[in-house]
Write a protein that binds this ligand. Structure first.
Ligand SMILES: *Cc1c(COP(=O)(O)O)cnc(C)c1O
Length: 359
């Protein structure tokens, strides 16, 4: 049977009825790929998997939430949707709104929006307003507008977004045959860690899994309000998708951390970029920088032997790193991290000289 998207697949777990018009691009069903070097690094008996969310239709996990948010907006007879976005939410909102024939409005904050994401919003026909403010201010403005006008807000404070995004945990559990022992994820506005935990809990209550994972969330060091316990006024990081100073799902993220006996910590931009490059060169998995925060966190905690005791106790450990968005979103970052070689003469000789063909 062909995959019809997360709503058709997990209908009984989602707030939809026969009357809900399903707006889908067949999102979900993303690859869960074992990383051999990361498995070895954690230790004998450990299996580390990458949940490659960049393989969603618009290139990030945001599609899981957006199929729900847009379907419910259509059901509610809304004609326009609105979001504040550092990029991927606007890409997903514009694509799903286009499919549903809705107007989409996008408030884009100051700072480096990856070109791929901006081009997505533009090509899908969104009304794009670059605002002279940071993300947190844009989100406040979006809330005000949604209160004043008959427009549906599709940021992750829209509860339907969380409902859709929890299906990531269902898929992981279905593929592994049970929940993993650890679930590592990048944290920005904290909707995703909230959604994943909700998904694991619901599957556990339904008897689909026998265990609940420990949730490990990773923020960028320059944008780590949950780690510091207070909002960051001017968040800074190269990982633009998680450059957020005052997460909308703050309390839920802390609850996910505490209820799962997990943690939320920070990783530096250098650690993020190192993980970003290693995922590309060692796993063949190209992600955007923010996505690599989960793997940067894994490397950091593996180095501290954090997994050693649970691994020894259990003899086997399954760890999932969510890699949230596709590397092609931000090709400029990739080009910046590598040096482009000089152009050479068209001869076997000069190619041999430039690239050691024997090696
Ligand atoms: C949105 C996003 C995040 C952060 O998710 P939150 O739900 O805001 O915590 C991380 N990575 C990518 C690629 C994203 O698009």
């Amino acid at each position: 049977m062909s995959w019809k998207g997360i709503i058709e697949q997990y209908r009984s777990y989602l707030p939809v009825t026969e009357q809900t018009p399903i707006v889908s691009l067949h999102e979900g069903n993303t690859p869960l790929i074992q990383s051999h070097w990361l498995s070895e690094l954690v230790g004998n008996g450990a299996e580390v998997y990458l949940k490659y969310e960049g393989m969603n239709p618009t290139g990030s996990f945001k599609d899981r939430g957006m199929t729900m948010a847009i379907s419910k907006a259509v059901e509610a007879k809304s004609v326009a949707v609105l979001c504040a976005s550092t990029g991927n939410t606007s890409a997903a909102a514009s694509a799903y709104a286009a499919r549903a024939g809705l107007t989409s409005i996008v408030l884009i904050p100051n700072g480096n929006i990856a070109l791929g994401k901006l081009s997505q919003a533009l090509i899908h026909g969104a009304k794009v307003a670059p605002v002279e403010a940071n993300f947190d201010t844009c989100l406040e403005l979006a809330k005000e507008i949604a209160d004043k006008y008959p427009i549906t807000l599709v940021n992750s404070i829209n509860p339907h977004r969380i409902e859709g995004q929890k299906t990531c945990a269902f898929e992981i559990s279905d593929t592994l045959g049970d929940a993993p022992d650890f679930n590592l994820t990048p944290v920005g506005n904290a909707g995703n860690i909230t959604a994943q935990w909700k998904g694991y809990c619901e599957y556990h209550s339904a008897g689909k899994t026998t265990l609940l994972p420990r949730m490990l969330g990773f923020q960028a060091a320059g944008a780590a309000p949950l780690v510091h316990g207070k909002p960051v006024l001017n968040p800074e990081t190269i990982a633009t998708a998680i450059r957020i100073g005052n997460p909308a799902s703050w309390d839920q993220a802390i609850q996910a951390r505490d209820d799962s006996n997990g943690l939320i910590d920070a990783v530096t931009d250098d650690e993020i970029l190192a993980a970003y490059q290693q995922l590309a060169t060692r796993d063949g998995v190209f992600v955007e920088p923010a996505s690599a925060a989960s793997v940067a966190g894994l490397l950091k905690y593996a180095q501290r032997d954090y997994f050693a005791k649970p691994l020894a106790d259990k003899g086997r450990l399954r760890i999932v790193c969510i890699v949230t968005g596709h590397g092609l979103k931000d090709p400029e970052r990739a080009i910046k991290s590598i040096e482009l070689p000089d152009r050479i003469q068209p001869s076997v000789e000069s190619i041999h000289q430039a690239i050691n063909l024997a090696g």
